[in-house]
Design a protein around this ligand. Sequence first.
Ligand SMILES: *Cc1c(COP(=O)(O)O)cnc(C)c1O
Length: 430
Amino acid sequence: MDLEKEIREMYAAGGISEPVLRLGEEVLSSLEPRFERIDRIAEYNQMKVLSAFRKNRVGEMHFQATTGYGYNDSGRDTLERVYADTFHTEDALVRMQIACGTHALNLALSAVLRPGDELLSPVGKPYDTLEEVIGIRPSLGSLAEFGITYAQVDLKPDGSFDYEAIRNAIRPNTRLATIQRSKGYASRPTLSPAKIGELIAFLKSCKPDILCMVDNCYGEFVDVTEPSDYGADMVVGSLIKNPGGGLAPAGGYICGTRECVEMAARRLTSPGLGREVGANLGTIPAFYQGFFMAPTVTAGAEKGAIFAASLYERLGFRVHPAGSAERFDIIQAIDLKKPEYLKAFCLGIQAAAPVDSFVTPEPWAMPGYMDEVIMAAGAFVQGSSIELSADGPLRDPYTVFFQGGLTWYHAKFGILMSLQKLVDAGFSLC
Ligand SMILES: *Cc1c(COP(=O)(O)O)cnc(C)c1O
């Protein structure tokens, strides 16, 4: 059997035209050395996770469902030890009761901030959904309503930290600095854990008691270190992104110092109860298994991001980061320039999905976001963006934010399909 020919025929049957496939293969052949390095990072991170499992003697008894209060849930408590050991933190809170990434971030912020405190973002405007959490856009229940003020220092035009302005922005009541690792819906570069470490060291040199929280969404396992290796007091993220490995059905985590995690636990449940309550309702095996898979799944998603960047860059689109740039998250942004292309891209991702491949994504006013957003997600877990997904606000330059892929092969097919749909919408390959 001629395997190469069989594969070409599979793609043809899947709806990929010959010129799109040929271009894809050509771009891919140049990426081999990079993919090799990603595999080595995944290998390192697999060992890191596995040692935490073995050190904590994860056993079959930890997979039991608990209900009601969830007292003495050793599966839950041990999973939190596994997270803490992987992130090299004193403690961790890993819960299905944390509904999503925004909830985890809101929890971390509202756990440690008190009326009169100031929150500082030294890396520019935070992720869209945090605007209402903080009260940048007035919102019922925001931190602003509780008397917590907010200051922001933008990155310099070249993406570097504005140390002078940061020093000037730190006031006696600046209690916590929020540092977003990933670019989110902005066009700035993503910050490496080491770069974040430099910022943390600077912040603490200006004000030793300032707490540093890192929004680690989409960054986990892309590098061999995490921001917690560089002095972050809390690292926070979503389990329907990288660390859930595509298997966790919901949830969020906060890894950090014993004191911060204790405050977060008390805020999540109640003072006096803290981490002692919170039944797992049978979700716990998926949390373990997902975390175990996460390094490999993240590597596949990163390959997809690099492939998409390299392919679309070749076709003359502006991409962030560039195809050849070093990566610290799994998000790829592509300026598609026209609303039709943004919709076509999302249609392609959707059409390539294992679930809901027959659905046409339409723009909608999503809660927490300012512009209409179009999203493609044919996911096993609703809204899971470690699964192959694409989304973008309908505003100039019609940037699509693309991420995920539980397997590299699926990511590859999705990207080829996105380009196919652009071609079908009138985009010319040459
Ligand atoms: C996804 C994301 C969030 C919010 O997570 P949700 O799970 O969508 O609430 C926050 N910050 C960043 C950088 C993200 O990528």
